[in-house]
Write a protein that binds this ligand. Structure first.
Ligand SMILES: O=C(O)c1ccccc1NCC(=O)[C@H](O)[C@H](O)COP(=O)(O)O
Length: 395
């Protein structure tokens, strides 16, 4: 049995996405630390529940304190039903360790207890588990209501899709989303002398339509400071906040930091999350780039209304294997037809190094490409862009 709830009864009806308002409920602890008397009324509901107890009864936490307390008592009994729901959608990534986090702290000591349940199965799962903890800590420091002010004074969002379309029309080649990427789990450090603002300016000079800025610190040595610094340095290209989004709070945070677009990864977000988060993105002016890697993820996303931009990642984020024919495979036949009918813009992502690679994915049907390694490694990234396309892309 499932139940949908809003985390607060003070929400403005105007600000709640029209449907569906039943969203994934990930972590009771943080939900109920919302200061319920504070003014979060102008935000869409950011947490809701789709969960059940081990005895099958739904948890009702709608509005009164006694029910909230009841939840606290029942919490340990809540099954890992989110992973069960995700599994029915073909999602293999578990959102958090089934048997609790692997790290334990006792006073000044930190130690690791490993067992089958708390060891991530692959790098993506590891990143997601870390992100979950990181976001919980960030949310404690900056609750949603406190982001409102920051969002109000953030630079207004730029038209990410408009910039891609304009570039494609102007050049007849896939619009470039150039990635500001210092390091990655698969390649280690890509560039030691990494100056994000200089690299961003060089990308813009070289004709990039948009930029992608990695903000994950632990695995990519990125930061939100980089994103802000690029924005305030006068770079005009719209900016994608390249993060591992596991919580709607991150959308507000990204906007507050000046992002124009965010990445939503189908391998880690179930359908309801994608629907819910794309709605929030629209409400706060963010473009959602929804990323898929295989047929199942693409088919899931094609069933969801309102998705305008889909990235096909040629990199398998679980194994690091890169194969650009993945873009072609996912755009063939009925799928390609459906994408065209829906007017979805497709971005080819990862592993693009040569003009032949660009031509190959363009032929497959992409109107944009997202490129990191092959550009960021060049001493002069603007020249790297010309090499990648085989010519200057700006007159
Ligand atoms: O790049 C990685 O090693 C990686 C590992 C785990 C999750 C995500 C990862 N990368 C994100 C990306 O897909 C790329 O940064 C992006 O598409 C650019 O790829 P590339 O041009 O190959 O640097």
């Amino acid at each position: 049995m499932q139940e949908s709830i809003c985390a607060t009864s003070r929400l403005s009806l105007n600000s709640i996405p029209s449907s569906p308002v039943n969203h994934t409920f990930y972590d009771t602890r943080f939900t109920f630390r919302f200061p319920r008397n504070k003014h979060i009324a102008s935000f869409p509901c950011i947490r809701a529940q789709q969960s059940e107890t081990t005895d099958g009864s739904a948890i009702d936490i709608q509005s009164n304190d006694s029910k909230v307390n009841a939840l606290d008592i029942k919490e340990p009994k809540v099954k890992n039903s989110q992973d069960d729901i995700a599994a029915t959608q073909g999602i293999k990534i578990r959102r958090r360790p089934p048997t609790g986090p692997p790290l334990h702290y006792v006073g000044p000591f930190e130690f690791r207890l490993q067992n089958e349940g708390n060891t991530p199965r692959n790098i993506l799962e590891e990143i997601v588990w870390n992100k979950d903890t990181e976001v919980a800590q960030m949310r404690e420091k900056k609750p949603l209501f406190s982001l409102k002010k920051a969002m109000d004074i953030a630079p207004p969002p730029r038209d990410f899709i408009g910039a891609l379309k304009a570039s494609y029309l102007q050049t007849g080649m896939p619009a470039l989303i150039a990635e500001v990427k210092k390091a990655s789990p698969s390649r280690g450090v890509l560039r030691e002398d990494f100056d994000p603002v200089e690299i961003a300016k060089s990308y813009e000079k070289g004709g990039a339509a948009c930029l992608s800025v990695l903000t994950d610190a632990k695995y990519f040595q990125g930061s939100y400071e980089n994103l802000e610094a690029i924005r305030t340095a006068g770079v005009k290209c719209p900016l994608l906040c390249k993060e591992f989004i596991v919580d709607a709070w991150q959308l507000y945070y990204a906007r507050a930091k000046g992002a124009d677009a965010v990445l939503l990864i189908a391998a880690i977000l179930q359908d309801l999350d994608i629907k819910y988060m794309t709605k929030i993105c629209k409400l706060i002016g963010l473009t959602a780039l929804v990323e898929v890697h295989d047929e199942n993820e693409m088919d899931r996303m094609l069933e969801i209304n309102g998705i305008e931009l889909i990235g096909i990642n040629n990199r398998n984020l679980e194994t690091f294997e890169v194969d650009i024919s993945n873009t072609k495979k996912l755009l063939e036949g009925e799928r390609g037809e459906k994408i065209r009918q829906k007017g979805i813009i497709v971005v080819g992502e990862s592993g693009l190094f040569t003009p032949a690679d660009v031509a190959y994915v363009q032929e497959a049907g992409v109107k944009a490409i997202l490129v990191g390694e092959s550009l960021v490694k060049q001493q002069d990234p603007a020249k790297g862009i010309a090499q990648l396309f085989g010519k200057q892309i700006l007159d």
